[in-house]
Write a protein that binds this ligand. Structure first.
Ligand code: SF4
Ligand code: SF4
Length: 298
């Protein structure tokens, strides 16, 4: 069954596919644990597709201010969940990142975590063997580096889990190019925290996300797509988005979308330049020093 689901996903352009057993989430608090959503969960399916490199081009040139989304479109998530239910006869819960205001305003159900339970795409992806989390906090996959749009389906169907990725893509302190390029000095490589995901140790640098929120070098809240736990929460006042609360990610708060910021684009260039990604392009991503603005120039 796993191969059939995977083949269906691939036929829809979803080339990233991995399965984690619930045991790899054991010990996580209820408000970020898949079992809080589906207590009988036997498989956490994490899947996705590369964000096109072309989505970064306009920002890299400093001319087109589009922002890459790290979410798979809702329609594809629902299609895959429906395929699992109809073909396998097991419940499949599509996990879609939510606007917090879509959660009920009532008190939480007695003994249950408050609305909404929100999963970390990056944590789940590592648990499902898709790659590693860089010191910058982004998922890196061997094929696409940090260009990954992801989604999660929880199902009662038991599928063979994929092994946790054991390779190394982020050079951490030996590289540090993301930190060196940041004009705001927001990334502190001297201060890191370590988390265990399915037996793999992940080192995360301390990042001052309040500086990232003000970053004029390609970072922004993601106003196009639904908000996940790593993104800023906002509501509209008139037609202006206003930040109303912040996220409750595992170790993070106030995290804007930095996918196309100069730190992330520098990481992408580094991963491609050092030849460690599977997908090769005819031309290099970057052929001159990137443009940079200081925070006060925002
Ligand atoms: S630039 Fe990328 S590979 Fe290098 S330390 Fe930063 S996150 Fe890791
Ligand atoms: S988003 Fe901007 S401020 Fe934050 S780490 Fe990246 S370059 Fe620095």
């Amino acid at each position: 069954m796993k191969e059939r689901i995977k083949a269906y996903a691939r036929s829809r352009g979803l080339s990233l596919f991995g399965v984690a057993p619930p045991e790899r989430f054991a010990g996580l608090p209820e408000n970020v644990n898949p079992a809080a959503i589906l207590p009988e969960v036997r498989s956490i399916i994490v899947f996705g597709a590369p964000i096109m490199r072309g989505d970064y081009r306009g920002v890299e040139e400093g001319t087109l201010w589009s922002f890459a989304s790290k979410y798979v479109g809702q329609r594809l998530v629902l299609e895959l969940a429906r395929f699992i239910e109809q073909e396998a006869g097991y419940e499949a819960v599509p996990y879609l990142a939510h606007f917090p205001r879509h959660a009920p305003r009532s008190r939480p159900v007695a003994g249950r975590p408050a609305h909404n339970v929100m999963l970390s795409l990056e944590y789940a992806a590592v648990a499902a063997g898709l790659g590693e989390i860089s010191i910058l906090g982004q998922l890196l996959t061997p094929e696409y580096g940090n260009r990954n749009a992801l989604a999660i389906i929880l199902t009662e169907l038991e599928l063979a889990p994929d092994p946790v990725f054991t390779g190394r893509l982020c050079d951490g302190l030996e590289c540090g190019k993301c930190a060196a390029i940041c004009p705001a000095g927001a990334i502190n490589l001297a201060k890191t925290v370590s988390i265990d995901i399915g037996g793999r140790q992940t080192e995360l640098a301390e990042i001052n996300y309040n500086l990232c929120r003000l970053c004029p070098n390609g970072a922004a809240p993601d106003f196009i797509n639904k908000v996940g736990q790593e993104e800023l929460m906002y509501e509209f006042s008139g037609n202006q988005p206003q930040i109303v609360e912040t996220s409750t990610a595992l170790t993070r708060k106030n995290v804007p979308n930095i996918a196309t910021a100069v730190c992330s684009r520098t990481c992408l260039d580094h991963l491609e330049r050092t030849g460690r990604l599977g997908l090769k392009y005819a031309n290099s991503f970057r052929d001159e020093a990137p443009w940079l603005l200081e925070t006060w120039e925002r």
